[in-house]
Write a protein that binds this ligand. Structure first.
Ligand code: PHE
Length: 336
């Protein structure tokens, strides 16, 4: 029985096989165990000798089992080490993690700055009734910006609805939503996508991004507007930028101005660059939204987000930002 067990244990190729045959040689019905039970039936004189021999056999089988188990356990451990070896010197085939789009990063950056100043962020729909995009902003029915030349019309005015639907041409439409749904004081920032029928070229795209700012409160003056824009420009382009307001015209602001930013270190030499429009909210717009212009005044501004990315990162062709080449955000670096 000892030899048979030893042979069987030695033939077991791994711990699983060994454990499967263990009971055959050490279990209740193993030969040594059966032999042990038969000792009782032996004559008394033979009992002690038979008992010793059976016990010795059992111990020998047990020892053989233990010895084989140790060998197989070491082998198993070695196999794990060998099979699961990682060659740390192999060149890595790591998948590049994606990068957030620079326009989203810029939007977050702008939003953070205004939220820190107590502004609320508003979004507004991208498809607007003409009234929100034009009429309420004092853009009359015959204003050139309202033509099919400039604006994507989604649906024409129909019976029962006096206003057609357009893709918003500017984020100024969000001003109207803010003023209709909130009582002053209103401090709102509205970043988002806007649409115009421009042909795609290096500086135009039919889809681009703006951020609107709107403040309506008591005693708001142009000085507040200018201070806010100065802070805005510095946060975006560095502490050295200067700004200037150039008189302009928008139906929804009076007076109105273009905002230029002075880039002393521009790659083509120092220069003023136009960044957006602004002005004091036209009293007619306040009135259209049910706000008394004798009590409240406000300022508004609208800046190009894409343009800010281009200026900040010397992007010369706007199309690079939208054609989905993953190298583009990487090329800008991941400063954020
Ligand atoms: N909505 C204007 C544009 O798209 C920008 C603007 C916003 C001007 C707010 C004045 C006030 O050009």
């Amino acid at each position: 029985a000892v030899n048979a067990a030893d042979k069987a244990f030695t033939e077991a190729a791994d711990l699983d096989a060994l454990n499967q045959i263990k009971h055959q040689h050490l279990g209740d019905k193993a030969p040594v165990m059966l032999a042990r039970r038969e000792i009782g039936a032996l004559p008394p004189a033979a009992k002690s000798d038979a008992g010793k021999r059976v016990n010795a056999a059992r111990q020998a089988i047990n020892a053989a089992y233990q010895a084989r188990q140790e060998v197989l356990a070491v082998e198993a451990a070695e196999r794990v080490l060998r099979d699961e070896t990682v060659d740390v010197t192999l060149p890595a085939d790591r998948r590049r993690t994606g990068a957030r789009h620079p326009i989203n990063l810029m939007t977050d950056r702008i939003t953070d700055m205004f939220v820190a100043m107590g502004y609320q962020v508003a979004e507004g729909p991208e498809i607007e009734p003409e009234w929100f995009n034009f009429d309420a902003l004092n853009i009359g029915p015959n204003h050139p910006a309202r033509t099919m030349m400039d604006t994507f019309f989604v649906a024409a005015a129909q019976a029962g609805r006096d206003s057609g639907l357009v893709l918003r041409t500017h984020t100024s439409s969000v001003q109207i939503h803010s003023m209709l749904t909130q009582e002053p004081p209103i401090y709102t920032l509205a970043p988002g996508r806007v649409y115009r029928t421009d042909e795609v070229d290096a500086t135009h795209s039919p889809v681009f991004h703006q951020t609107e700012g709107l403040v309506v409160d008591k005693g708001i003056t142009m000085a507040h507007l200018k201070g806010t824009l100065e802070q805005f420009a510095r946060t975006m382009f560095g502490p050295d930028v200067k700004i200037r307001l150039r008189p302009s015209y928008f139906p929804f602001t009076e007076p109105s101005a273009e905002l230029d930013v002075w880039f002393a270190a521009h790659k083509d030499g120092p220069r003023w660059i136009e960044w957006g429009g602004c002005g004091m909210v036209n009293p007619r717009v306040l009135t259209a939204c049910g706000i008394d212009p004798h009590v409240y005044s406000g300022f508004a501004f609208g800046m190009g987000i894409d343009r800010a990315v281009m200026l900040r990162h010397d992007v010369t062709d706007m199309r690079d930002m939208f054609d989905g080449d993953v190298r583009f955000p990487l090329a800008l670096g991941t400063e954020e």
